[in-house]
Every structure is written in structure tokens, then in C-alpha cells.
Design a protein around this ligand. Structure first.
Ligand SMILES: [Zn+2]
Length: 378
């Protein structure tokens, strides 16, 4: 932290810093109030520099203001990305501790593991096959001036999922992989995007409105993660033997006996058994009311085709692992065997929203359930 003191000392000698507690404020949004006032959550800084005990000292409001401007203009219509203080402080200090809370796996890593995680993320960002492009309206590329936290969140999710599968990561990035991130909804629509994000099988790229990278992190427990879901689709499209992107298979790399060295036989066996149970539950719940212990884990959407099944369950594996494992041990163990990790170790409590939403459909809104669209896997 010594260099931070050097950089920021003297800038605000006449103003007492606003001292805030890291755990309390790291998830809070930083935004513009009236009169170029900077707010941390609801709290105006009143022009005072920011000090977070044990993390950073005397960061001038002008520095925060400048960092905030990288996310878009001051006018509410120009702004759609709502960064947490943690992201903004990463942009300013490049201290990897700021980003740890975005990736629950970091909770079980020791100092060496944390350093490794950070090196893997920054190494991936710097590698030539990590093709991140950040767009403004009218197809204007602004990758070079985009806030650093944005690339960190994209790459960090990939490292989190593949932290214990370096072999899959190496194969996945044996060729360029494209991630197109749009600062505003309009920029996304200018590029033909619909809704808020997708994996585009024509361009083989993930396309996301930037605010979706940040939306799940305003609470202590990470929530909705479109990036995880779309990453599931992108991994599904990889042909693990050639490294090319091809047709979606409804599988992650390593789940098929055609996947060469990546093939993980015990994971496939468990995955297929667990998947079959979910299919049977889904068919039962279509024809009759089921008990609350015999309903599918996922929303009917993940039963619309093989591809949504794999992407949706990858996301739930990393968001509600306790419920997932209790409802379907085989399916859970299949993901755990493939990715060589057990997210229950670093999730004290599940992200309850997904569980609640999905259960509500089967227990109370059965008329909205759609026909099963899954078919046999290769
Ligand atoms: Zn999907």
C-alpha cells in the first residue's frame, strides 16, 4: 500500500478523509449524485478523499470521478453500467484483493492460491487468444479505455470455472475466443443484439451488455451470472479434439469419450445418470403434480433443449450448490468430477433466488411448463 500513499498524498491535505469499512461498502454501487457529487451506496463523499481501513488511503474524489467516467457518461441516459466500489478500486489501485469477492472460489485459496488465481486471470487477459472487445454505440471500439475490472470479471469467471482444469483452459484458448461487451443496451442493439446477452453461434462469441457483468454483485452473496451461463454455451461449442468452435453438443469439454485427453469418464457416467433423473422428474411434473422433493432443479427453460440444460446447470452448480447436490447427487458429482471442485466448500449459503423461482413454477405455476425439448446425447 506504500505506493498508494505516495500517489495520493498531498492531494487533499486540507480535507479529512471519509473512512469506510471494506466489508460494509465493497459491494455498494458508486454513482453520481447531483452537482458532480460521488455517492458510495447512498452516502455522499462531500468532496472528501476516501480511505478504506487496511485497503487504501486518501483516494481523491477526482480520481474516483475519473474512474467512474470509464463506465460511461454522467447523464443517466448514457450510463447503464453500475460498478461496485470494489470494481472501481480495482480500476484505480490494481489490487487483486478488490476483485476477490466476485469469485467465491477465492475463499478457499491460501495466499499462494490467491496469487495464482490473480496471475491466471491477468495472464489470460494479456494472452493474444483472449479476444475481448468493448463497444460503444455506432460500432465504436473502446477496448483500450474500458475499465480494467470489466476484463477481470470476464476472465475471472473463466479461471474460476476451469481453475482445476488447466488442460481444458489450454485447449479452449488454443485459438482466439471472442468476448464482445457493450457499454450500453443501444451499443448492443447496434450490433444486432437482442435481450441482454447471448452466446452467438454464428460468430462463436459471447455478447453481453456490460451491466450484466456487474448485476449479480450488490449483495454479500454473488447472484445472477449471465457470464457463467453464456460461458457454458461457449464451452459446449468447443470441439475438444480440434480446438475449433462447432455446433453445440449439450456437453462440456471432457464429458464425451470423443474428447481425447480431456475425457473424464467418471464425470460422464454421473452426469448422464443425474441428467436422466432430471428428465424423468420433468416428465412426471408435466403429467401430474409432484412432491416438492421430486421436482427438477432447473427452470423449464433448461429443459427446452440440450444446450440450455448444460449452460443452466453449470450456472446453478456455481450459485446454489447445496440445493443442487441435495436434490441430485449424481448430477452434482458429475460437474464436481469434471471441474475437480466442490463449490459447497466456499458457499456458506446458496443464492436463494434461483431456487425460489424454479420451485415456484413446478409447485404453483404448472400451467406455464413447456414440453420437454431434450434428446439423446452423443
Ligand atoms: Zn442459454
Amino acid at each position: 500500500m506504500q505506493w498508494l500513499k505516495q500517489v495520493f498524498s498531498g492531494d487533499s491535505a486540507s480535507t479529512q478523509p471519509m473512512v469506510l469499512d471494506w466489508e460494509t461498502v465493497r459491494n455498494q454501487e458508486v454513482s453520481w449524485g447531483g452537482g458532480r457529487q460521488v455517492l458510495v451506496g447512498e452516502r455522499p463523499l462531500h468532496g472528501r478523499p476516501l480511505t478504506i481501513d487496511g485497503f487504501c488511503e486518501n483516494i481523491p474524489v477526482s480520481t474516483l470521478t475519473q474512474a467512474l467516467s470509464w463506465y460511461g457518461g454522467i447523464h443517466p441516459l448514457e450510463r447503464s453500467v453500475r460498478p461496485q466500489l470494489a470494481a472501481l478500486l480495482y480500476d484505480i489501485t490494481h489490487n487483486p484483493r478488490a476483485m476477490a469477492a466476485y469469485f467465491p472460489i477465492t475463499k478457499i485459496l491460501d495466499e499462494a492460491g490467491l496469487a495464482d488465481f490473480h496471475e491466471r486471470v491477468t495472464g489470460l487477459i494479456a494472452s493474444e487468444n483472449f479476444a475481448l472487445r468493448v463497444w460503444r454505440v455506432n460500432h465504436t471500439l473502446i477496448t483500450d479505455t474500458a475499465p480494467p475490472s470489466l476484463a477481470y470479471i470476464v476472465a475471472g469467471h473463466i479461471i474460476e470455472v476451469l481453475f482445476y482444469r488447466l488442460d481444458i483452459q489450454a485447449r479452449f484458448f488454443s485459438q482466439p475466443r471472442a468476448f464482445d461487451i457493450y457499454l450500453t443496451q443501444q451499443a448492443y442493439e447496434d450490433d444486432g443484439g437482442v435481450a441482454g446477452g447471448c452466446y452467438d453461434p454464428r460468430t462463436h462469441s459471447i455478447k453481453l451488455v456490460a451491466k450484466r457483468l456487474y448485476e449479480g454483485f450488490y449483495d454479500k452473496t454473488p447472484g445472477v451470472s449471465t457470464m457463467l451461463h453464456e460461458l457454458g454455451h461457449m464451452l459446449d461449442a468447443l470441439n475438444p479434439t480440434t480446438g475449433d468452435m462447432e455446433m453445440l453438443r449439450g456437453l462440456l469439454p471432457g464429458l464425451s469419450d470423443t474428447d481425447g485427453a480431456l475425457y473424464t469418464p467418471e464425470a460422464r457416467q454421473l452426469f448422464l445418470a443425474g441428467r436422466q433423473l432430471e428428465i424423468e422428474r420433468y416428465q412426471r411434473v408435466i403429467s401430474a403434480r409432484a412432491s416438492d422433493k421430486d421436482i427438477p432443479i432447473g427452470h423449464p427453460y433448461v429443459f427446452s433443449n440440450n444446450y440450455e440444460f448444460i449452460a443452466g446447470h453449470l450456472e446453478m452448480f456455481f450459485r446454489n450448490p447445496h440445493y443442487f447436490a441435495a436434490m441430485n447427487p449424481n448430477l452434482y458429482d458429475g460437474f464436481a468430477a469434471l471441474l475437480r471442485q466442490d463449490p459447497r466448500q466456499y458457499w456458506a449459503e446458496d443464492f436463494a433466488y434461483y431456487i425460489r423461482e424454479n420451485r415456484t413454477v413446478y409447485l404453483f405455476n404448472r400451467h406455464t411448463i413447456t414440453p420437454l425439448g431434450l434428446n439423446a446425447l452423443s
